[in-house]
Write a protein that binds this ligand. Structure first.
Ligand code: BTN
Length: 330
């Protein structure tokens, strides 16, 4: 399809999406978008062929009744109200890892805010070399390219920034999510989302950061590998009803951009405060695996650079990177 035709199709879809449950006349669409009535009809047919259900009633016009459960630019763009995040959007039916593709694009010069999103990953990666279960069309797998003006030592702050944003998006979707240090999202003490942060930098300058996010949206228990079933959850499992993935992705992008901008403008202080408010780690007995050691104690706080402060019998340990286990009971 030629690019301008694709664009008009997106505009027709955006117009219908904005009208929500209301019918809009073919005349209103053609006037607003500068298209002939025949062109409007052609775009409506093309959208229907892609799985959109569009009601048409002669005297009333068109109404968007159902959108396909897909995350292509056609579905996502009309839902985005961001200035950078997702404005460059690369969609794939299947990828090894969205973060690997995002890193390639970052090396080729892709702009700040570019997003790579896939319906499935065959080699999804988690932190510490773990695999990330990525069944097709159930969840969200995306990676965002950032070009922050930060010294490399401050890049880990972005990991906490992202965890706040995803926590807020999950809460808006009705899930009682909290953050386990540094950036695991938990609900009912099970993992619902994870963030993988990778970067390329010189000693004094970050070239790019790739934030990779995996969020379990509509995964059922049987979609998780057996060994994870007691430890992982999803929006569907928490709420008892599925979430529209495109809407949820748009909410994540909005929250991410808001927090990334706030961090750029105001620094780490508001991030630290917001992270504390959403934390399920602070005040808990924890065991932290870091640098081949195990540190047992109480998670007291995060410091002004986001490091975890663990109070042990021997004193306070400052942990920059590690894996936290929350010791039960709460
Ligand atoms: C974690 O271990 O908690 C981090 C998981 C991050 C998974 C996401 S899914 C999208 C992106 N692509 C990947 O290969 N990993 C991240």
């Amino acid at each position: 399809m030629p690019p301008d035709s694709q664009n008009s199709e997106e505009l027709v879809l955006a117009f219908l999406a904005e009208a929500g449950d209301e019918f809009v006349s073919g005349e209103a669409i053609s006037d607003k978008l500068g298209l002939t009535r025949a062109a409007v009809w052609k775009h409506v047919e093309a959208l229907r062929a892609q799985g959109y259900r569009i009601d048409a009633i002669p005297a009333r016009g068109y109404r968007l009744a159902e959108v396909p459960d897909r995350l292509t630019p056609l579905e996502l763009r009309p839902l985005l109200n961001t200035h950078d995040l997702g404005q460059g959007l690369h969609w794939y039916e299947e990828l090894g890892s969205t973060s690997d593709r995002a890193k390639e694009l970052a090396d080729e010069g892709a702009e700040h805010g570019t997003v790579v999103i896939a319906e499935a990953q065959t080699a999804g990666r988690g932190r510490r070399g773990r695999a990330w279960a990525s069944p097709a069309r159930r969840n969200l797998y995306f990676s965002v390219i950032l070009r922050p003006e930060l010294p490399p030592a401050r890049a880990p702050e972005l990991t906490l920034v992202a965890s706040i944003a995803l926590c807020d998006a999950l809460r808006q979707a009705g899930v009682n999510a909290g953050i386990k240090w540094p950036n695991d999202l938990l609900a009912s003490e099970k993992k619902i989302a994870g963030i993988l942060t990778e970067l390329a930098a010189e000693p004094d300058r970050v070239h790019w950061v790739v934030l990779g996010a995996g969020i379990n949206v509509n995964a059922r228990a049987e979609d998780f590998p057996e060994e994870l079933r007691g430890e992982a959850t999803s929006v569907l499992l928490e709420r008892g009803q599925p979430a529209p993935r495109a809407l949820f992705a748009a909410a994540c992008f909005t929250a991410l951009e808001e927090w990334i901008d706030r961090h750029a403008e105001e620094g780490f202080a508001p991030v630290r405060e917001a992270w504390r408010e959403r934390s399920v780690t602070l005040g808990r007995e924890v065991i932290v695996k870091a640098d081949g050691r195990e540190i047992a104690g109480t998670a007291d706080d995060i410091d002004e650079s986001g490091a975890l402060l663990v109070r042990t019998r021997a004193g306070v340990e400052r942990v920059l990177a590690g894996d936290v286990t929350l010791v039960r009971p709460r």
